[in-house]
Design a protein around this ligand. Structure first.
Ligand code: HMG
Ligand code: MG
Length: 311
C-alpha cells in the first residue's frame, strides 16, 4: 500500500496523540442500530491498528441517543481493555456517571456547549444550567480517580446562532477546566471554522491560563476545513487531535454536522510530515473498509477511498 513521502516541516510536533472518536461520535448518528458485537470488533480492530486512545460510547439518555443505549453491554463485551484511562465514555449527568462507574470505566468526558441554542438542543439546558449537571459529575469522577475530559461544542459557528465569539468559547472552556478536568477538546461541531478562528480561540484559551498540552482539537469536516485547521492548531503547539476512522460522524442534535476529520486523512498528513502517531495506516484503512461494509455505505475519507481502491 502506498505511503506518503516524508518531508519534515518546521514548527511541527514530533508526536501527535490521536483521540479516536469513530466508535462514539461516528456511530451515534447512525440510524440503524449497529450490533454490539460489531462495535466491539470495531474497537478491537482499532486497537490492533495501534490506536491508543479510543472513546468507546456514551452513557447518555437512551431516548436521546438510541444507538448508544448498549453502552454497558459494549463495555462488558470488551472486558478489561475497555476500562482504562485511554477508553473514555461520554457522561452528561449523575445518572450517566452512576451507569459508567457501575460499568467500571477509568475515564469520562463531559460535553458543554458554547452557545445557548446547542445547550438547549443537545442537553435540554442553558449555558449556565449545564454546569449544574457537569459540576457534580466532574467532582465525583475526580474523587473516584477517573480521568476527565471536557468538550466545548460550537466553538467556531452555530447552526442557529451563526457566528460564535472566541470569548464565549473561552469563558465556557475556563469554567469547565475549573471543575478539575484533565483535558479540553474544542469542537467545530458543524465543521464551518477556518484557520484564523482556530488561532484566535487557541490564543484566547492560552491567555485564560489553559495549557496547550491539555488542549485537543475536534473538527468535523463539513466544509473540508478539518485538516487545514488541524495543521494550524499543530503549528500553534497543540499535540492532541480527535479524528474518526473513515470519517464517520455527526451529531444527532445538529443536523448540519457531518463526519469528523478522518483518521486516515490525518495519518497521511502527519506521517508525511514525519510526525509519530503509533498507528499503522494500512491497518486503519482495512478497519474502515470493514466498517463501511458493516454500515453498507462508502467511507467518507479520501485516503481510505484512494488506498482501498484496486491499484
Ligand atoms: P432530559 O430529558 O432533560 O433528562 O435530558 P431528564 O433528567 O429529565 O431525564 C429524562 C429521562 O431520561 C429520565 O427517564 C431519566 O432517568 C433518563 P424517565 O424517568 O423518563 O424514564 N436519563 C438517563 N438515562 C440513562 N442515562 C442517562 C440519563 N439521563 C437521564 N445519563 C440529558 C437531559 C442530558 C439526559 C439529554 O439531553 C441527553 O442525554 N443528551 C445527550 C445528547 C448527546 O449524546 N448528544 C451527542 C453527544 S455531544 C456531541 O456529539 C458533540 C461532541 O462530539 C463535540 C463536538 O463535535 O462539538 C462531543
Ligand atoms: Mg463531535
Amino acid at each position: 500500500m502506498r505511503t506518503p513521502q516524508v518531508d519534515r516541516a518546521e514548527g511541527m510536533p514530533e508526536r501527535v496523540r490521536i483521540y479516536e472518536v469513530g466508535v462514539r461520535d461516528g456511530l451515534q448518528n447512525e440510524e440503524n442500530i449497529v450490533p454490539v458485537d460489531v462495535k466491539a470488533e470495531f474497537v478491537r480492530r482499532l486497537e490492533a491498528a495501534g490506536v491508543e486512545t479510543i472513546e468507546t460510547t456514551s452513557f447518555v439518555s437512551p431516548t436521546w441517543v438510541p444507538q448508544l443505549a448498549d453502552a454497558a453491554e459494549l463495555l462488558t463485551a470488551l472486558g478489561e481493555s475497555a476500562r482504562g484511562r485511554n477508553r473514555p465514555v461520554l457522561v452528561p449527568n449523575e445518572k450517566g456517571l452512576d451507569r459508567a462507574l457501575e460499568a467500571g470505566v477509568g475515564a469520562i468526558a463531559i460535553f458543554g456547549s458554547a452557545t445557548e441554542a446547542f445547550a438547549a438542543k443537545n442537553l435540554n439546558a442553558t449555558v449556565d444550567g449545564q454546569f449544574d449537571m457537569f459540576g457534580p459529575v466532574a467532582k465525583r469522577a475526580k474523587d473516584e480517580g477517573l480521568w476527565v475530559r471536557a468538550y466545548v461544542s460550537m466553538c467556531f459557528g452555530d447552526p442557529w446562532e451563526g457566528d460564535v465569539a472566541p470569548d464565549q468559547v473561552v469563558s465556557v472552556a475556563r469554567r469547565l477546566m475549573d471543575l478539575g478536568c484533565d483535558e479540553l477538546s474544542i469542537g467545530d461541531t458543524i465543521g464551518v471554522g477556518t484557520a484564523g478562528q482556530v488561532e484566535s480561540v487557541l490564543d484566547g484559551l492560552v491567555e485564560a491560563g489553559i495549557s496547550l498540552d491539555t488542549i485537543a482539537v475536534h473538527f468535523h469536516d463539513t466544509y473540508g476545513q478539518a485538516l487545514p485547521n488541524t495543521l494550524t492548531a499543530l503549528r500553534k503547539g497543540v499535540t492532541i487531535v480527535d479524528s474518526s476512522a473513515g470519517g464517520l460522524g455527526g451529531c444527532p442534535y445538529a443536523k448540519s454536522a457531518t463526519g469528523n476529520l478522518a483518521t486516515e486523512d490525518l495519518l497521511w498528513a502527519l506521517h508525511g510530515l514525519g510526525i509519530e502517531t503509533g498507528i499503522d495506516l494500512p491497518a486503519m484503512v482495512g478497519t474502515s473498509m470493514w466498517m463501511s461494509e458493516q454500515l453498507g455505505k462508502p467511507p467518507a475519507s479520501a485516503v481510505v477511498k484512494a488506498l482501498g481502491a484496486p491499484a
